[in-house]
Design a protein around this ligand. Structure first.
Ligand SMILES: Nc1nc2c(ncn2[C@@H]2O[C@H](COP(=O)(O)OP(=O)(O)OP(=O)(O)O)[C@@H](O)[C@H]2O)c(=O)[nH]1
Ligand SMILES: [Mg+2]
Length: 337
C-alpha cells in the first residue's frame, strides 16, 4: 500500500495518472491491464458493469481484439452441482497448458459483485497468488441492460487484455443463466447423480445448449444411472447433431475425471474449428447480441416517449376510449421526430 498523498482528497489528484490506481481512462487502463496490472482489469470490469459511456468506450477498444483463437467456456447447472469446484479444477488444467485464464462467476440473482462471491472465493483460493489467473464475480447491479448485455462485454475484455481462455460460471438455471452459458464456444452442463437431475436439466433447456455433460459428485451413488439417463435423452433428441455431447463422470472434490473432462473440452474446440461451427456460432452470437442491444435501445426510447407531452394526450384519449391501444401506439410512435 502506498501512503496517501496529503493533497489527495477522495481518490483524486494522482501524481502518476498512467497508473491504474487512479486512472479512469479506458485506453490507459487497457494498456495497464495488458501489462499485467490486475487492479486495472478489475476497474475495467467494474466500469463495464456500471454501463454508460465509459463502458461503451471500453467495448469499442476491446472488440477488434476478439474473435481470434480464444476459447470461451461456459459452465451451468443447478445450484450446488459443483460448478465452482469444477471450474477451480479446470483452472489448474488450463494453467498446466501454460495459458492465462480469466474466470467470471455470473449471478443474475445476486446484488453482490466485485470480488468473488464468498463460496467461489473459498473454492478457488488456491489460485489467488497465480498471476495467470483472474477471477471475478459479476452481478446485475448497475448495467441497465442486465447481465445478458454486460457478460459478453466482460468476456471480451478478459480476452483483449491477454486471457485466451475464459471460464464463465453461471449460477442457477433460469432463462438468463442458460442464455449466458450458451454464449460460450463450449458449454458444459453439470448435473449430479440422483433420480431426476438429468430430467430437470432437460426441462430447463440445458440439453440444447450442452456441448459436454458432466455428472459431478460421481463419488456418490447413482452416477452411472444418471449418465445412462442423459445418453437416453441424447438418443431421443430429434435434432441431427454432428457433435454428440459426451457425458463425463467427475468427482471435482478429488479431481477424478477432470483430466478426461479437459480432453473432451479441447476435442470439442478442435471439432468446432474443423467443422466451421466455431465461425458460425460466433457470427450467430454477435448477431444475437446486436439484436439484444437494439431491443434494449428501443426500450429506452419508449421510456423516453412515456415521459413526453404526446404520451399524456394519447393516454388520456386511450383511457376515454376515444382511440384503441394500437392507434394510440401508432400515434405516439409517429408523433416523435
Ligand atoms: N461429494 C462431492 N462433493 C462435491 C463435489 N464437487 C463439489 N462438491 C461439493 O458440493 C458443494 C457445492 O459445490 P460448488 O462448487 O460450490 O457448487 P456450485 O455449483 O458452484 O454452487 P453454486 O455456485 O452455489 O450454484 C461444495 O460443498 C463442494 O465441496 C464432488 O465431486 N463430490
Ligand atoms: Mg458456484
Amino acid at each position: 500500500m502506498e501512503p496517501k498523498s496529503k493533497h489527495s482528497g477522495r481518490g483524486s489528484g494522482s501524481s502518476d495518472p498512467a497508473r491504474s490506481g487512479e486512472s479512469r481512462d479506458p485506453a490507459a487502463l487497457l494498456t495497464s491491464a495488458r501489462a499485467g496490472d490486475r487492479v486495472a482489469v478489475g476497474r475495467l470490469l467494474s466500469m463495464i458493469e456500471r454501463g454508460g459511456e465509459p463502458a461503451r468506450e471500453i467495448g469499442r477498444l476491446a472488440f477488434p481484439e476478439t474473435g481470434g483463437d480464444e476459447h470461451v467456456l461456459g459452465i451451468t447447472g443447478a445450484p450446488g452441482a459443483g460448478k465452482s469446484t469444477i471450474t477451480d479444477r479446470l483452472i489448474s488444467s488450463v494453467r498446466e497448458s501454460g495459458k492465462k485464464v480469466g474466470v467470471l462467476a455470473v449471478d443474475p440473482s445476486s446484488p453482490f459483485s466485485g470480488g468473488a462471491i464468498l463460496g467461489d472465493r473459498i473454492r478457488m483460493q488456491g489460485h489467488a497468488l497465480d498471476d495467470g489467473v483472474f477471477i471475478r464475480s459479476m452481478a446485475t447491479r448497475g448495467h441497465l441492460g442486465g447481465l445478458a448485455l454486460a457478460a459478453p462485454e466482460a468476456i471480451r475484455l478478459l480476452v483483449a487484455v491477454g486471457m485466451p481462455i475464459v471460464l464463465v460460471e453461471t449460477v442457477g438455471v433460469g432463462q438468463v443463466e442458460v442464455e449466458i452459458a450458451g454464449e460460450a464456444d463450449t458449454t458444459i452442463v453439470a448435473v449430479n447423480p440422483g433420480w431426476g437431475d438429468a430430467i430437470q436439466a432437460s426441462k430447463a433447456g440445458l440439453l440444447e445448449v450442452a456441448d459436454v455433460f458432466v455428472v459431478n459428485k460421481a463419488d456418490r451413488p447413482g452416477a452411472a444411472e444418471t449418465r445412462r439417463d442423459l445418453e437416453t435423452m441424447l438418443d431421443m433428441d430429434g435434432t441431427m447433431r454432428e457433435w454428440r455431447p459426451p457425458v463425463v463422470l467427475t468427482d471435482a472434490s478429488s479431481g477424478a475425471g477432470i483430466a478426461e473432462l479437459w480432453e473432451r473440452l479441447v476435442e470439442h474446440r478442435d471439432y468446432m474449428i474443423a467443422s466451421g461451427d466455431l465461425e458460425r456460432r460466433r457470427k450467430d452470437r454477435i448477431l444475437g447480441e446486436f439484436r439484444r442491444v437494439l431491443l434494449w435501445k428501443l426500450e429506452q426510447k419508449v421510456r423516453a416517449l412515456e415521459s413526453g407531452d404526446t404520451f399524456r394526450s394519447v393516454r388520456d384519449r386511450l383511457l376515454d376510449r376515444t382511440i384503441d391501444p394500437y392507434t394510440a401506439a401508432d400515434e405516439l410512435l409517429t408523433s416523435s421526430e
